[in-house]
Design a protein. Structure first.
Lengths: 119, 113
């Protein structure tokens, strides 16, 4: 039982390049999330998916796209990377989701993170 | 809007000292409150939570009480260990029917032997 896995662990891009961050969970969770962590700012929600086939914007969605490929996988794409997107990216999952009753108190389980540098 | 403010870090203590990390929040309605911990090189993991006023969350010797009158959720531990060295994040979820966590900026804690 691996929990939440993310690939790659580290990545360096040049401005304008594109890439996709991969995330998978093996806990049969309904909801998945992408966050970015910047020094002194805590974590900020980029996008989330509260059921297979749905995605919603979080606090800082500009410059990103996401795909909920199936129940297990949720990818984050940077189409044209910018230095402002240098950050540590975390994927998370939680059990509840749309149509699952009250899930606001669910625990989120986090992956180990991807450290992205954009030059 | 919704926000969480934590005490500035870093915090450095000696082993067996008493720990308090302050957390206050601004939210409409009745949010759920959480403390997450991030050990070096790892992702976050839930430490404890409280879902309504006056609830006390506890885990691994840590405690926090949901105080609606002071909009606070301070984290405490009576006797810290070197293994408690980590970054601690206070967070709220403003809505019961979804999960859109709002995090504080984090407080780095270092415990010296």
């Amino acid at each position: 039982n691996a929990g939440v896995t993310q690939t790659p662990k580290f990545q360096v891009l040049k401005t304008g390049q594109s890439m996709t961050l991969q995330c998978a969970q093996d806990m049969n969770h309904n909801s998945m999330y992408w966050y970015r962590q910047d020094p002194g700012m805590g974590l900020r929600l980029i996008y989330y998916s509260a059921s297979e086939g749905t995605t919603d914007k979080g606090e800082v969605p500009n410059g990103y796209n996401v795909s909920r490929l199936n129940k297990r996988e949720f990818s984050l794409r940077l189409e044209s990377a910018a230095p402002s997107q240098t950050s540590v990216y975390f994927c998370a999952s939680s059990a509840g989701g749309w149509g699952q009753g009250a899930w606001g108190t669910d625990t989120q389980y986090f992956g180990p993170g991807t450290r992205l540098t954009v030059l | 809007g919704n926000s969480v403010t934590q005490m500035e870090g870093p915090v450095t203590l000696s082993e067996e000292a008493f720990l308090t990390i302050n957390c206050t929040y601004t939210a409409t309605g009745y949010p759920s409150l959480f403390w997450y911990v991030q050990y070096p090189g790892e992702g976050l993991q839930l430490l404890l939570k409280a879902t309504k006023a006056d609830d006390k969350g506890s885990n691994k010797g840590f405690e926090a009480t949901y105080r609606k009158e002071t909009t606070s959720f301070h984290l405490e531990k009576g006797s810290v260990q070197v293994s408690d060295s980590a970054v601690y994040f206070c967070a709220l979820n403003p809505i019961q029917g979804a999960q859109k966590l709002v995090f504080g900026q984090g407080t780095r804690l270092t415990i010296n032997p």
